[in-house]
Design a protein around this ligand. Structure first.
Ligand code: E4P
Length: 227
């Protein structure tokens, strides 16, 4: 599994990139609002993220009709070579995805909550599909079993003739709330997990690591004292 950071925060991206395991970034309008982003600065901000990350950076459209989504998608894709256009899973989004994919523009279909949505997104040419996990859990449903349905349905088929540039379709486990979600996504064979910075920090931690490290440091002091 590869790790993307689910954020628009430049400090988080810089810090996570320095840990050596960051393969990309996903943003969305809510994440941009959270950092106090301005419409006038959006293009510059995405450009900056693209320069910090050696990997795909998803930038989301808020257009609602296929023609507007296509126009927006072309603009977003022109910001940097590693921009992926993030488009909601809806009829207009599917239609726009087909056109953009045929132009060689990579699309991440977002707000995907079911296997039928994912199968349609794949046939429409999405390069990435983002099934959401946590938002199911938020309404007391099982997000992980929904994710499993998506992964199992997609792995029955080869979508490379559909995607932009004939690249392999990849599933991004999204709306991740915990390290447990990441483990389960990896066990299912998800290609990517996009995680908030808070979850990434928790993934590094284990109480037995802390306890073991403390014991090693204490014992080393004994070794030094015995000189
Ligand atoms: C997907 O790429 C979205 O940005 C994100 O994972 C949504 O997560 P949330 O449900 O925590 O808002």
């Amino acid at each position: 599994v590869k790790f993307f950071l689910d954020t628009a925060d430049l400090h988080e991206i810089e810090e996570a990139a320095s840990w050596g395991a960051l393969a990309g970034v996903t943003t969305n309008p809510s994440l941009y609002a959270k950092i106090g982003g301005k419409v006038s600065n959006f293009t510059e901000h995405i450009k900056r993220i693209c320069s910090l990350v050696d990997g795909p950076v998803s930038a989301e459209t808020v257009a609602m009709t296929r023609d507007e989504i296509i126009a927006d998608g072309r603009k977003l894709a022109a910001i940097a070579p590693n921009v992926v256009v993030k488009i909601p899973t809806m009829v207009e989004g599917l239609a726009a995805t087909r056109v953009l994919a045929d132009e060689g523009i990579r699309v991440n279909m977002t707000l995907c909550f079911s296997a039928p949505q994912a199968l349609l997104a794949a046939r429409a040419g999405a390069r990435y599909i983002s099934p959401f996990v946590g938002r199911f859990d938020d309404i007391s449903e099982d997000g992980l079993s929904q994710l499993q349905d998506v992964v199992s349905a997609l792995e029955n088929y080869d979508f490379t003739s559909s995607t932009a540039r004939g690249e392999r379709l990849e599933v991004i486990a999204a709306s991740i709330r915990s390290a447990h979600h990441v483990t389960q996504a990896a066990l299912m064979g998800c290609d990517i997990a996009t995680v908030p910075f808070a979850v990434l920090k928790k993934m590094v931690q284990h109480p037995l690591t802390d306890r073991g490290l403390q014991a090693f440091l204490n014992d080393w002091k004994k070794v030094e004292a015995s000189e």
